[in-house]
Design a protein around this ligand. Structure first.
Ligand code: FAD
Length: 424
């Protein structure tokens, strides 16, 4: 499409920044980002990972600016609390302190600090983007051939196209597919991060696990721990998945709205439950590391699944978590949001009309998003809802169990956007 056009992007997080930049690169005449948060978005910082091949593709398309701080990971170790092992995975004072490694697999990812990733995307955004903070969108409606955006302050604005990059509780999704809403998966994650120097003080191995993701496996859950860069030096990031005590979240009613529990505001019940899991199920070293997390750096986030039957309707389009909420086991959410923005840019360049753009985007991203949701659901079932007898499994058993979860998928971290090689 050569004629420019006006675009509103609702939400100025990972997906929103990437979509706004993509719209400018593709030739939009005017791009506005409407973000409800006032103040510093980068302070939301937590860890995430992006697969190295996805990162390379996204850097090539321009969706991932170069130079954002990232920490290299090469392997993933699956560990159980067990006194009987050799302690090969143990940065420990004794053989059992770090647990027993039941399997190690390659993990070609880099980890990021959310705030530093967002800052890199925000700074990389073309100056032409009008990024407005403190703007809450209350509804979007069709206005003939255009998209009307209604604002919390009472005003309304019309654009040729509106992108919903407004996350798992998307207002834009209510118009594109009102029938779709996030479903609580039945478990939560406790998340936290801490200064890596504090963890290092407990680690006589001197950083043996710097390049590894450690997954602590226990009956009814699992926990991933890895390093991330941070604004004031490296941090340790952890995500522990388990079922919360019954009734602790008020989420057992499927009609309840999606929610999360901000840092420092965990109920005593959720704090005690976490402490109990660490004491009962964790190798002592990992329990000690996680216990160093300050209450203000500890969150609880319910896990949701959301898939949408369509990503576009009228002059509206959904990207990132607004389009699909993928359980985090897949390690793909940020990459998927950036891929959505890249696909949007390609669809724009290749289309002769708005309808062509919207069709091209749905063809590229609709099925890809639904595949990710399905894979992450299998991973969540295997790693939390129906955990295997990990401590009794050998390397071959664990690898077979892993392959079963993939069910033919190439791996985790999201699929490639490169066209598959043609058969000769
Ligand atoms: C525990 C956990 C671990 C994760 N780990 C990884 C990982 O390792 N790798 C990975 O790639 N991804 C990971 N993710 C997922 C990843 O963080 C997200 O998928 C990704 O950041 C895309 O987010 P988004 O920009 O679409 O939405 P969000 O980050 O939710 O942003 C939505 C934005 O819209 C704004 N907004 C919402 N409603 C309105 C409104 N009405 N008006 C105006 N503004 C509005 C919000 O303020 C927000 O800024 C993880 C997620 C979780 C929960």
């Amino acid at each position: 499409m050569r004629d420019g056009g006006t675009v509103a992007v609702i939400g100025g997080s990972i997906a929103g920044c990437a979509f706004a930049a993509a719209a400018v690169r593709a030739g939009a005449r005017e791009v506005v980002v409407l973000e409800r948060t006032l103040g510093r978005l980068e302070d939301r910082g937590l860890g995430l990972c992006v697969h190295d091949e996805r990162a390379a593709e996204l850097t090539a398309t321009g969706a991932l600016p170069a130079g954002i701080a990232a920490h290299r990971l090469v392997r993933r170790r699956w560990v159980v609390r067990d006194g009987s092992g050799t302690g090969t995975g143990a940065p420990s004072a004794g053989p059992a302190a770090g647990g027993r490694v039941i399997w190690e697999q390659p993990f070609p990812f880099h980890s990021y600090h959310w705030g530093l990733l967002w800052r890199g995307l925000r700074d990389g955004m073309p100056a032409a983007v009008d990024y407005r903070q403190g703007e809450t969108v209350t509804a979007v409606v069709r206005a003939g051939e255009r998209a009307e955006v209604r604002l919390g302050g009472g005003g309304a604005e019309r654009y040729d196209l509106t992108v919903g990059a407004d996350g798992y509780r998307s207002v834009v999704r209510r118009t594109v597919c009102p029938e779709s809403r996030p479903h609580y998966a039945g478990y939560v994650c406790w998340r936290g991060n801490l200064d890596a120097r504090r963890a290092a003080a407990l680690d006589p191995s001197g950083g043996e696990w710097d390049d590894a993701v450690t997954t602590v496996c226990f009956p009814g859950g699992s926990c991933v721990v890895y390093r991330i860069p941070g604004p004031d030096g490296p941090r340790v990031n952890w995500v522990l998945y388990a079922t919360p005590p019954p009734g602790a979240l008020g989420l057992d009613d499927p009609a309840s709205d999606p929610t999360s529990f901000p840092a420092g505001r965990l109920s005593p019940e959720l704090t005690e439950h976490l402490a109990g899991l660490l004491a009962r199920e964790f190798p002592p070293y990992w329990a000690a590391v996680l216990s160093l997390t300050e209450p203000e750096d500890t969150f609880v986030q319910p896990i949701y699944d959301l898939e949408t039957p369509r990503t576009t309707s009228g002059r509206f389009l959904l990207g990132g978590d607004a389009a699909t909420v993928v359980r985090p086991h897949n390690t793909s959410g940020a990459a998927k949001a950036l891929q959505d923005a890249s696909a949007f840019e390609t669809a724009w360049r290749e289309a002769a009309s708005w309808d062509g753009l919207l069709r091209g985007y749905e063809e590229a991203r609709g099925p890809a998003g639904r595949d990710l949701v399905a894979l992450a659901r299998r991973l969540g079932r295997a790693q939390v809802e129906r955990t295997p007898p990990w401590a009794a499994m050998n390397e071959r058993d664990v690898e077979a169990w892993w392959r079963e979860q993939l069910a033919g998928a190439a791996g985790i971290g999201g699929g490639s956007m490169e066209p598959a090689p043609r058969e000769s």
